[in-house]
Design a protein around this ligand. Structure first.
Ligand SMILES: Nc1ncnc2c1ncn2[C@@H]1O[C@H](COP(=O)(O)OP(=O)(O)O)[C@@H](O)[C@H]1O
Ligand SMILES: [Mg+2]
Length: 371
């Protein structure tokens, strides 16, 4: 059946492997990485290993991939011979498996057995020397590799790289959630790190909204997702997804699928709440019952809010509308209750924008708290 919600081929643009055309909030990071790599390649900067770190979903992997694409293009135009590999090292269980991964990525026919880790690395450099190519090697999730094994890998790699100094250029990019350079014990090696100046920090609600807007344009039919709903997803991502773009995109995908399964023509706040609840239930009907038993006033307030939100399409309701429906947003007792519901994860209470949204669970579940 044709989806009313998603464009043809739209779903794949919401997948983890999709690399978007634009990286809002990360353009400067991309440029810095690009300039640094080119600086190394062209000998304007002393060769070092680029390290960058930041929380999950802050765009490290995708930014490095975009910068690398840009480097490849630059080299292609200037006839600079470059090999490029981006390897996830998370599941490499030893120095040997990591060296093997690198060797196999360049030479798929290399025998799997009979070499040591160091020998494999020498083979890699021999290959690069023979083909006259530089090597841009990205080791992703490298901090988890370093914490899993007692590794000599990095020191070995640098020592071997030094032996080939004039002949083979190795440009390393090391990515981690934690600072990779603090995990390398060898103090001699730590002087080889080049830290990227721009930091990868959690995205704010506004930044997530811009990122998601692009994805909506790429993947969704026109007029299926309102901007206010995108902003709601941004808020949820900031508050419950630690500002991870991965969380935001997952929420967008799950909300769209909910709408699609129902055969509806638009994504609604209820679809988003349903998706949020499925990804992670911050609050359940049982939790809410406990809150009500402690404070009967809370029960009346939530009842009023349900009625207001049922009768309106918008995900956010302004304080003015709340007032019109009898919720006294200037009464300190009511404010306390709204804050408590925010804290519990049932509301997004935003005094600076003077609005609230009902979140945490779909209305169909919320009603169960009144049974
Ligand atoms: N600035 C951005 N613009 C568009 N998409 C982004 C941006 N940052 C992250 N993403 C997307 O979010 C997801 C997680 O990003 P990723 O680079 O894997 O994060 P990290 O490596 O820091 O955990 C990916 O699907 C990625 O394409
Ligand atoms: Mg990553």
């Amino acid at each position: 059946m044709k989806s009313l919600i998603f464009k043809k081929d739209g779903l794949h643009r919401l997948s983890a492997s999709y690399i978007p055309e634009r990286l809002p909030s990360r353009e400067e990071h991309q440029l810095e990485i690009f300039n640094t790599v080119i600086g190394f390649l062209e000998g304007r900067l002393p060769l070092k290993a680029i390290v960058l770190n930041g929380p999950s979903g802050s765009g490290k992997t995708v930014t490095v991939k975009k910068a690398s694409e840009q480097v490849l293009k630059y080299c292609g135009q200037r006839n600079i011979k470059l090999e490029y590999r981006h390897l996830n090292t998370r599941f490499a269980s030893s120095d040997f498996t990591l060296s093997q991964m690198i060797a196999l990525s360049l030479m798929p026919n290399i025998p799997g057995r009979g070499y040591s880790s160091r020998e494999l690395l020498f083979t890699v450099f021999d290959y690069l020397e023979k083909t006259g190519r530089s090597f841009l090697l990205v080791l992703d999730d490298f901090d988890s590799f370093l914490s899993g094994v007692r590794s000599r890998f990095f020191t070995d790699l640098l020592k071997i790289s030094e032996e080939y100094e004039e002949r083979v250029k190795l440009i390393l990019i090391l990515i981690g959630i934690d600072d990779v350079s603090s995990k390398v014990k060898d103090s001699w090696a730590t002087s080889f790190f080049w830290r990227i100046g721009r930091i990868f920090k959690p995205y704010s609600a506004e930044e997530i909204s811009v990122i998601l807007k692009d994805r909506v344009e790429l993947s969704f039919n026109e007029n299926t997702v309102d901007d206010s709903l995108i902003y709601l997803m941004g808020r949820l991502t900031e508050r419950f997804g630690y500002g991870s773009a991965r969380y935001g995109i997952e929420l967008l995908l799950a909300s769209g699928l909910n709408a699609s399964y129902e055969g509806s023509a638009r994504v609604s706040s209820e679809h988003v709440r349903e998706a949020q609840y499925r990804i992670e239930s911050v609050i359940s009907p049982a939790d809410l019952k406990t809150v009500f038993s402690q404070d009967p006033g809370m029960r009346r307030l939530v009842e009023m809010l349900i009625r207001i939100f049922e009768s309106c399409e918008e995900p956010f309701v302004g304080f003015k509308t709340l007032e019109e429906h009898g919720v006294r947003t200037r009464d300190s007792g009511v404010v306390e209750k709204l804050k408590r519901l925010h804290f519990e994860g049932l509301l997004d209470y935003n005094p600076s924008r003077r609005e609230i949204a009902l979140i945490g669970m779909p209305l169909r579940l919320l009603r169960q708290a009144f049974d």
